[in-house]
Design a protein around this ligand. Structure first.
Ligand code: NAD
Length: 257
């Protein structure tokens, strides 16, 4: 039976499911957490630095769902991932829905890029996916259900000036997604990626205004996307994507069609 049919409780189709979203205190991660909480999932927001922001979001979401919490962990550190996984599993039960969203940029032209800039981006954007997914997967296999969504980027496909680190990590996410999907398909666990184009969050707001205008001019829909527009695609993959796995869905207003 499809998840959507099985779990409908007054539209809260994810009641009984446990979701963990990394980097969920703001931006795309916050929009995804909001969407999953709205659908009734026990939703754990991972955050790294801003406890205030994360707690404010938890308070907001708690008005409609009393099973929402925030857990601090720096996902670039394997031992912190271990603690995060234990805290979520012990406190709320096995994780059914994992959204690997946390990501950073450390832009620099290649010849000026330091090893630290390369490694920070790799540890946060790609390695975190390996460590956290490896922790979460066994209970998904045991339960015969899982939805894993990895947040990649349009830059994985196009490259980005001054972004060899970010582009390599985001392209790695696509390979990771497709390969893991092959291993998990028989357990009713889907693994998909979303590739946002340019979405209006702090990450894009940090780009100089002139560059923002140039980017916007290249978007056929003529505007930046909204975090909620990425969250809707994640919702689709989680709720209705029973037979979709190993895919990478572009959410980019028609860029590079
Ligand atoms: P953002 O900077 O607003 O959010 C990133 C989140 O990740 C923040 O909450 C941050 O605290 C968290 N984070 C960073 N390092 C962390 C760590 N070590 N441990 C835990 N959390 C950490 O940016 P966003 O635009 O919301 O980005 C979300 C994801 O979407 C990222 O993976 C980003 O690469 C990807 N993305 C964004 C865009 C865009 O245009 N905004 C486009 C393509 C992909």
């Amino acid at each position: 039976m499809a998840l959507a049919e099985e779990m409908v409780v007054q539209g809260r189709v994810l009641v009984g499911k446990v979701a963990l979203v990394t980097g969920a205190s703001r931006g795309i991660g916050a929009a995804i957490a909001r969407e999953l909480a709205r659908l009734g999932a026990t939703t754990v927001l991972n955050y790294c630095r801003s406890a205030e922001q994360a707690e404010a979001l938890v308070r907001q979401l708690s008005a409609h769902n009393d099973r929402v919490a925030a857990v601090r962990a720096d996902v670039s550190q394997p031992e912190e991932i271990d603690r995060l996984w234990k805290e979520v599993s012990d406190g709320f039960g096995p994780i059914d829905i994992l959204v690997n969203n946390a990501g950073i940029t450390r832009d620099s032209r290649f010849l000026n890029m330091s090893a630290a800039q390369w490694e920070d981006v790799m540890h946060t954007n790609l390695d975190s996916m390996f460590h956290l997914t490896q922790r979460v997967l066994p209970s998904m296999i045991e339960n015969g259900f899982g939805r894993i969504i990895n947040v990649s980027s349009i830059i994985a496909q196009t490259g980005g000036f001054g972004q060899v680190n970010y582009s390599a990590a985001k392209a790695g996410i696509i390979g990771f997604t497709k390969s893991l999907a092959l291993e998990t398909a028989k357990y009713n666990i889907t693994v998909n990626a979303v590739c946002p184009g340019f979405i209006w969050t702090d990450m894009v707001a940090a780009v100089p205004e002139k560059v923002q205008d140039k980017i916007k001019a290249r978007i056929p829909m003529g505007r930046f996307g909204l975090p909620e527009e990425v969250a809707k695609v994640v919702r689709f993959l989680v709720v209705d994507g029973d037979y979709i796995t190993g895919q990478c869905l572009n959410v980019n207003g028609g860029m590079y069609m």
